[in-house]
Write a protein that binds this ligand. Structure first.
Ligand code: GDP
Length: 214
């Protein structure tokens, strides 16, 4: 049998594709994508840059004018990462928050190619209201979820394990199981664990797997 060697998806292929405010501006809804969300300053950009081995990629999302937009990064012709807009709670008017919620809710409800959600949280301040809301939305839309507890280098080993356990307990027993892991962009810790989860989600693109030559 002539097996075609399948090279694992490489995240450093990520390239900025497009920014979108609304669902109809998103790339064609085909293939598979994974979205990243997080409170401002949680470490989302650093996590995306570490994952993709690029220093500038997520900076794209912080370019003025793009901070309130969904930013799409293509990995392959059919696989994408999506950086969802965050907001600084004090700084943004209520109307902007509501518009953000509407657009994201629309995206979550209708996006066929959305296969998973990564919620980036600061290990020292886990499960704030924003995180709980995102978890609730993901559950409501039956979306596999990963809680990426980043900046773990700021905690000693004992408190880091305790924080992981606390968060795992808090989300245990939900209808759609949630994965929780520790991460550090600074120490480059937890990258392969994150990659494994993303590869699993992104391989679910609705296309038949090509594993053999006819
Ligand atoms: P974002 O607003 O969620 O995109 O957060 P950023 O990625 O811009 O990070 C916010 C701040 O936290 C920056 O000063 C980063 O340098 C810092 N930061 C992000 N990730 C880590 C990490 O893993 N360890 C440490 N020590 N600092 C981090």
């Amino acid at each position: 049998m002539n097996e075609i060697p399948t090279t694992p998806l490489s995240f450093n292929q990520a390239r900025f594709q497009i920014s979108a405010a609304k669902l109809h501006q998103c790339p064609t809804d085909a293939g598979a994508e994974v979205a990243f969300a997080g409170r401002s300053n949680a470490g989302k950009s650093s996590a995306i840059n570490t994952l993709t081995r690029q220093t500038k990629l997520a900076r794209t999302s912080k370019t003025p004018g793009r901070t309130q937009l969904m930013n799409f990064f293509s990995l392959t012709a059919t696989q994408r990462l999506v950086d969802l807009p965050g907001y600084g709670f004090a700084k943004v008017p209520e109307a902007v928050k509501l518009a953000w919620q509407r657009n994201i809710s629309d995206y979550f409800s209708n996006r066929e190619s959305l296969k998973g959600l990564v919620i980036v949280i600061d290990s020292r301040h886990p499960l704030k209201e924003f995180d709980q809301n995102m978890i609730n939305w993901a559950q409501a839309h039956q979306l596999p979820t990963l809680l990426l507890m980043t900046k773990v280098d700021k905690l000693k080993k004992g408190p880091a394990s305790a924080a992981l356990l606390t968060v795992r307990k808090a989300v245990a027993g939900l209808e759609i199981p949630i994965t929780v892991q520790l991460f550090s962009a600074l120490k480059r810790q937890g990258i392969s664990e994150l990659e494994n989860t993303l590869r699993e989600w992104l391989s679910n693109d609705g296309q038949p797997e090509i594993s053999e030559q006819a």
